[in-house]
Design a protein around this ligand. Structure first.
Ligand code: ZN
Ligand code: ZN
Length: 259
């Protein structure tokens, strides 16, 4: 909880220093509003826990993809969406490239000119201003500050609150024990929104057990590979190195999205 509040405060503080910040708060957005960050049931969460990845990362990836699918359509066809996009200075670098992957060259060419025109207009005012280099750097949305970053921030916080509720039940704890747990970033967030010390202890012990299991699987993988005994590898050992990376730093798709 404190993490989110602090980062929200940091964002607000940064925004006041942004010389180009002329748009009002852009979240919730008019377009893309259909992607709700909160709708989930206990059944959804229990099912999500069966993933070998981090369930919170997976939920964020789904929300991002749903958002891009809607946004690329609106950006190409709705003048208001292109105007908002220009006011917000587009997306951060990661989300710009992810949006491009969802868009056609035609859609991108329809949606981006307003942003480029705005930047061109701002650029012409710069020669008379101090600290031009810093202003130009602010033409690029920083990680954690674009519309998609904000959406994902809402998703991960709400999802974490759902998980905190889930582990309060015996069934939820059982599902958690059978799961692979969360990446460290999302484990930290879940602990921050969990109030009960017994729940926190449970989460910590389970995470420690999972890390140890991954470590043992990786050692077995390395040993059997070196001894040319690859035929003796089981699936947990074969994939342990990838799972370990996800659980250390989160899903690759989300890497670089946050400060
Ligand atoms: Zn995660
Ligand atoms: Zn972003």
């Amino acid at each position: 909880m404190r993490d989110r509040t602090d980062s929200g405060r940091t964002r607000r503080r940064l925004r006041r220093h942004d010389p180009l910040e002329t748009s009002p708060d852009v979240w919730p957005a008019k377009t893309g509003e259909e992607v709700s960050p909160v709708e989930m049931t206990i059944e959804d969460l229990t099912r999500d826990l069966k993933t070998k990845s981090c369930p919170t990362c997976r939920r964020m990836m789904k929300s991002a993809k749903d958002f891009f699918a809607l946004w690329q359509y609106d950006l190409a066809r709705e003048e208001k969406a292109a105007e908002d996009f220009a006011l917000e200075l587009g997306f951060c670098p990661l989300h710009t490239w992810q949006l491009l992957a969802f868009s056609s060259p035609w859609g991108t060419s329809m949606g981006y000119p307003k942003l480029l025109d705005r930047l061109s207009h701002e650029m012409r005012k710069l020669p008379k201003m101090p600290d031009v280099g810093q202003i130009v750097r602010h033409f690029v949305r920083s990680p954690g500050r674009c519309r998609v970053c904000r959406l994902l921030g809402e998703v991960e916080e709400n999802y974490s609150r759902g998980l905190a509720l889930l582990i309060q039940s015996a069934e939820g704890r059982e599902a958690w024990r059978e799961s692979h747990g969360l990446c460290l970033r999302h484990l930290g967030l879940l602990i921050s929104v969990t109030n009960d010390p017994a729940d926190i202890e449970f989460l910590i012990n389970e995470a420690a057990r999972r890390l140890e299991e991954m470590s043992e699987n990786m050692r077995r993988f390395a040993r059997k590979t070196k001894a040319l005994q690859r035929g003796l590898l089981d699936r947990n050992e074969e994939k342990a190195y990838l799972r370990a990376m996800v659980h250390l730093v989160g899903e690759k798709y989300l890497a670089g999205a946050f400060e």
